[in-house]
Design a protein around this ligand. Structure first.
Ligand code: PFF
Ligand code: NA
Length: 451
């Protein structure tokens, strides 16, 4: 349409339906699925976590994701502009600041993990990562994470890659990487799943992940599962609203939300099926935490013919998957700087990059020289992760659901979802008005011990 064309010319827009899905799935699928999901599931009792996680994805995640798409596309603007256009003269837009803080916090620790991945990629190529036993993989990873120099250099290198791509703008940068990446990653994950399922610990691993022990469902497991659901869907900070603002007027929003959530969940589950059988085969603790996949994956790769090749290919794809996610975080902050603060794209990118470099460095040092610096007994890295995933994103999502359910003019929902059936609109409205806010508030209150 004409509006689409003029928007495409001024703010950039995704060219095809496939590019829309590729970019949103590219944002969603990343370290959250392959690194964070297994580590959170592992520290929160496996099956109990899994059950709540799936529930949160589909009962809260999909509605809030659709709501973000609606806010972005109906206003063609970042989350601040969206709040302001939909509720002029009212302070709802202030909620956008939660998203900006969250995007900066997340990119800081995320880049550290992507940096570890860079080193593992290089070491796969040089061959120095193969042929060790699982105890050696353990000490090798700890040596990297606690080093005072290497993690910082890798983090900086990763951020440099990210910001070079971001500086070039929406269409060129994001679409190109996303289109090839996901299918290839998927094939690789299937291969590793098959390998893991033949390990002696396979049934124990699958039981751990898929058979919930209901006595393990505690408020802190629920908070962890809710945080993971938000984190993995890039939800609650306005990132998906920003991407929604680039959608064509023909993109079906609800269907895109369901597709994104389903593919994202699939990748997380595949990752769990790869990690936990290996955990129980190689005698690693499922509750190892952020180090889990870096200790376990090399053993899996080493057990395959042509191990270093698989290993290099996998870590390479994981870097690309991380990039498509950090690009979307940066894009959220940059759209804010440009459209709300009147910066040029260049200044906006530099501002975002500077903040990420400073806080990324602090996170990179927090398993080594800065390990003693604790916030509520968490190191900087873990504190950033906890704050953003478990608090900021769900809080942002809470406000988005209340806003789109109660405040935003009703006809916008209808228009943006048309030609949706009436029952779909009713169901989504109930989810946004009542179920999502109650769910989020309940988990918050229970986990702080207030109720
Ligand atoms: N969803 C991404 C992942 O699972 O790796 C992480 C993420 C990307 C969070 C973008 C937030 C965001 F804005
Ligand atoms: Na994800």
């Amino acid at each position: 349409t004409d509006t689409d064309n003029s928007i495409a010319a001024s703010r950039g827009q995704f060219a095809t339906r496939f590019a829309v899905i590729a970019a949103t799935v590219g944002s969603a699928v990343g370290l959250g699925n392959i690194w964070r999901f297994p580590y959170e599931a592992g520290t929160h009792g496996g099956g109990a976590f899994m059950l709540l996680y799936i529930a949160f994805i589909f009962i809260i995640g999909v509605p809030v994701l659709t709501a973000e798409f609606i806010m972005g596309r109906s206003t063609r603007s970042n989350i601040f502009g969206a709040y302001r256009a939909l509720a002029p003269g009212r302070p709802w837009y202030l909620a956008g600041y939660i998203g900006i803080v969250a995007s900066m916090t997340i990119i800081s620790f995320y880049s550290v993990v992507a940096g570890w991945t860079l080193e593992y990629f290089i070491e796969s190529i040089t061959g120095s990562l193969s042929g060790l036993d699982s105890g050696q993989y353990h000490s090798r990873f700890l040596a990297l994470a606690s080093d005072g120099v290497r993690p910082v250099l890798w983090t900086i290198l990763f951020l440099a890659l990210n910001f070079v791509i971001v500086a070039r703008g929406v269409n060129k940068g994001i679409e190109r990487i996303s289109n090839l990446l996901m299918p290839t990653l998927f094939v690789l994950l299937i291969v590793f799943c098959i390998r893991s399922l033949t390990f002696s610990g396979a049934s124990e691993g699958l039981r751990f992940l898929f058979s919930p022990d209901f006595s393990q469902i505690t408020p802190s497991v629920a908070l962890g599962a809710m945080g993971q659901a938000f984190f993995t869907l890039s939800l609650g900070l306005g990132c998906m609203a920003t991407y929604g603002s680039y959608f064509s007027s023909r993109t079906p929003l609800l269907r895109s939300a369901v597709t994104t959530a389903s593919l994202d969940t699939l990748v997380a589950i595949l990752s769990g099926i790869i990690i936990f059988p290996a955990v129980f085969t190689f005698g690693v603790s499922p509750a190892a935490g952020p180090t889990l996949i870096f200790e376990v994956l090399p053993s899996i790769f080493h057990s395959l013919p042509l191990g270093p090749l698989w290993s290099a290919l996998f870590f390479f794809l994981l870097i690309l998957a991380s990039l498509t996610s950090t690009i979307s975080m940066s894009e959220t902050a940059i759209a804010f700087f440009i459209e709300e603060r009147g910066m040029s794209r260049r200044t906006a990118t530099m501002t975002n990059a500077t903040v990420a470099l400073v806080f990324g460095t602090l996170c990179a040092l927090s398993f080594g020289p800065l390990d003693g610096f604790r916030i509520f007994s968490l190191n900087i890295f873990d504190a950033f992760d906890y704050l953003s995933s478990n608090i900021l994103l769900p809080a942002g999502g809470l406000i988005i659901s209340i806003f789109t359910g109660w405040v935003m003019p009703r006809h916008i929902l209808r228009e943006q979802l048309s030609p949706a059936r009436r029952i779909t609109l009713t169901a989504l409205t109930i989810l946004l008005r009542y179920i999502a806010p109650t769910g989020i508030i309940l988990v918050f209150l229970r986990s702080t011990g207030i109720i």
